[in-house]
Design a binder for this molecule. Structure first.
Ligand SMILES: Cc1cc2nc3c(=O)[nH]c(=O)nc-3n(C[C@H](O)[C@H](O)[C@H](O)COP(=O)(O)O)c2cc1C
Length: 326
């Protein structure tokens, strides 16, 4: 896979789905792609567990399947011993891009030197990224970073320059620090600082909830592409310009088609227990903000199969949605 192809992939469809653990699996990524998302990133994969052959490893080939479009496989880890073999394994399974998670803020993750902890150890992370670069010389290698560790330790620009120097091909910046987690407004100016500091393409991320706000982020910061995370949960049509142009009743009809499609893909992809959990999780988001949502959620959790979950949504939630917009 030519490393330069990442430029074409970013340019082809610059607004895309952000990685979200236990959400951005194959069915949701596929729905997002069908709604117009650019290439997607899978949920973080723990390199150590992958190398040991964890449960996810049995799905590895399906997750990397080229028929599902370009996907950046994101690795979480902190050592060369685990990250290099994990990256090689994913490339051999067909992963078109390897992305390194340098932003996960969760305490038990950073305590083990993974996620956002990589931003605190410039020397060690430079060695880690160099080793991965050497191991997969022809595959696009990207990183996803935060603004820094804390208010007093904001080093996104330094980290980005180091990454460029060791041959990383593109960077995503979620500008909140690790200490901010997901609170407060994302300081977009940090994205602009990184854009000005490096020559490789920069994707911006944080608080984007529409194509209009994605365009605003690109205009304000100079980033070449934008990732949408929480704004796409329960709203994968956020990537769809044609949907945006519809009137409200037509949008509601379109949303129902997308939700049905998502449920079908969930059913096809997961075993029944996982499928039920995924269907409930996503339908919680799909029902967000609608009249009757609270009652519906109670009902949702009582269902025992995805067919029942689907019926509950279509027979009760969807008419309420149509009524609210009539
Ligand atoms: C539930 C959840 C799970 C997430 N999991 C990941 C992950 O696996 N890898 C990652 O790089 N970022 C992860 N993130 C961070 C998002 O990719 C994104 O950077 C963050 O939500 C800010 O963007 P947003 O304002 O568009 O949501 C996660 C965020 C959420 C809310």
């Amino acid at each position: 896979m030519a490393r330069a192809s990442i430029l074409d992939w970013l340019a082809a469809s610059p607004v895309r789905l952000a990685p979200m653990a236990s959400y951005t699996n194959v069915p949701f990524r596929q729905v997002a792609l069908e709604c117009g998302s650019g290439f997607t990133t899978n949920e973080e994969i723990d390199a150590e567990a992958l190398v040991r052959g964890n449960a996810w490893a049995s799905r590895r080939d399906a997750e990397c399947d080229a028929r599902l479009g370009i996907v950046a496989m994101q690795l979480l880890g902190g050592t060369i011993e685990t990250m290099v073999p994990a990256a090689i394994q994913l490339v051999e399974a067909g992963a078109p891009i390897i992305d390194i998670n340098m932003g996960c803020p969760v305490a038990k993750i950073v305590k083990r030197g993974k996620g956002a902890a990589l931003m605190r150890d410039l020397e060690g992370t430079s060695a880690l990224l160099s080793a991965i670069r050497r191991a997969i010389p022809d595959t696009p290698l990207t990183i996803k970073i935060r603004g820094g560790w804390s208010d007093t330790d904001q080093n996104a620009v330094e980290v980005a320059r180091m990454a460029q120097d060791v041959g990383v091909d593109a960077i995503t910046v979620h500008p909140r620090t690790r200490a901010q987690q997901y609170a407060g407004r994302a300081p977009w100016d940090v994205i602009g600082d990184v854009v000005r500091a490096v020559d490789i393409p920069v994707t911006g991320n944080g608080d984007v909830t529409s194509l209009a706000s994605a365009r605003r982020m690109m205009a304000e910061t100079g980033c070449v592409s934008v990732m949408i995370g929480r704004g796409a949960l329960g709203r994968p049509w956020v990537f769809d310009g044609a949907y945006e142009a519809l009137d409200r009743p037509a949008q509601i009809t379109r949303e129902a088609v997308v939700i049905e499609r998502h449920l079908k893909l969930i059913d096809e992809y997961f075993n029944p227990a996982e499928a039920l959990m995924q269907a409930k999780k996503h339908l919680m988001h799909y029902s967000n903000g609608w009249p009757g949502a609270k009652l519906f959620r109670g009902e949702l959790f009582a269902q025992r199969t995805t067919a029942e979950v689907r019926a509950a949504f279509m027979e009760r939630m969807q008419p309420l949605r149509e009524l609210a917009t009539a």
